[in-house]
Design a protein around this ligand. Structure first.
Ligand code: SER
Length: 313
């Protein structure tokens, strides 16, 4: 992997991924794209192109000009947003993915796209969820993610495209806040802890979901993409998680730094329903075994860095 084009580069993952890839592979070797121009100072004035992932012609045009060897397809609507407008979610999530895969096939690009814990459903084993298991999601986002995993495997089998992916849990970062996800509470809670000393959670008290700090997520992407293909028995997509947590656990950790922090609840039935349909804790053994997934942040360490970074903003 030497030259990379990214779709959805202004999203929660794309923003930090762009910065890290530029640092590692050189600014001239990374082309971030998104549907709107960047506002972030770090991205302004550097190579960047507008791209609506539904526009296959434009995607191919950019690839034929930039000549990357890898495409990282990050553009997607998250779970709660997708539930509000399922037809539109299909158009963006599946239409965009199909265009990106076709581009990868035509230009012989390595391919990464994230799947999610959302690819599981209520009939999936909740604890220690295996890599290969029942996947019958009940959300449009989940349907998109399972179909996406299968489509990526299909492109590998049928056309030899080097497709690779992970099932990300909720990702926590202080650089760019997520939008429209079920796991977003775990980011908001840190910002609000410092802003107002209190937070009202839309997810219930003891609802456990998998999470991971963004640095570990970006490392995972790079590690997987650089792994020797001979090591990979699975491809789309690997379970990866660093912790299984609930709002109460996050609040207790925050109180070690902000003793008066208050947490109360106003549970949103839609997002709570989505959360309850997902596993409590997935098993990342295969990612560790096949390509050395090795997250460095647990809840304690992540809380320290989140609070410190937000305080310094
Ligand atoms: N963070 C995502 C969401 O909540 C899960 O992939 O939608």
């Amino acid at each position: 992997m030497e030259r990379i084009i990214i779709t959805g580069a202004l999203g929660q993952i794309g923003t930090e991924l762009t910065l890290k890839l530029r640092e590692k592979y050189g600014e001239e070797n990374v082309l971030p794209t998104d549907i709107k121009p960047p506002e972030d100072e770090n991205l302004k004035g550097k190579p960047f192109e507008i791209l609506d992932v539904r526009d296959q012609e434009r995607m191919k045009e950019l690839v034929s000009e930039f000549k990357p060897d890898t495409i990282m397809h990050m553009a997607a609507l998250l779970s709660a947003t997708a539930e509000k407008n399922p037809q539109f979610a299909w158009e963006i999530n599946m239409g965009g993915l199909m265009n990106a895969l076709e581009t990868a096939r035509e230009f012989d690009l390595k391919f990464f796209t994230p799947s999610s814990i959302g690819a599981f459903g209520p009939s999936t084993p909740k604890e220690n969820t295996p890599q290969v298991t029942i996947q019958r999601p009940t959300t449009m986002y989940g349907v998109n993610k399972v179909a996406g995993e299968l489509l990526c495997d299909y492109y590998h089998e049928k056309f030899g495209v080097d497709t690779r992916g992970v099932r990300f849990p909720g990702l926590i970062s202080h650089v760019k806040e997520p939008g429209g996800g079920t796991t977003d509470y775990a980011v908001e809670i840190y910002f609000e802890a410092l802003r107002s000393g209190r937070y009202t959670s839309f997810i219930g008290k003891s609802t456990n979901m998998d999470m991971m700090y963004m640095d570990d997520a970006i490392d995972a992407i790079i590690k997987l993409m650089e792994a020797d293909p001979a090591q990979l028995t699975d491809r789309n997509a690997f379970n990866v998680s660093a912790m299984s947590i609930n709002p109460e656990m996050v609040a207790n950790e925050i109180r070690k730094h902000i003793p008066d922090f208050e947490l109360d609840y106003d549970v949103d039935p839609v997002r709570q329903g989505i959360a309850e349909s997902w596993p409590n804790a997935i098993d990342s053994t295969e990612a560790k075994r096949q390509w050395g997934f090795d997250p460095r942040y647990d809840l304690e360490k992540m809380t320290e860095v989140m609070l410190e970074a937000i305080r310094n903003k």
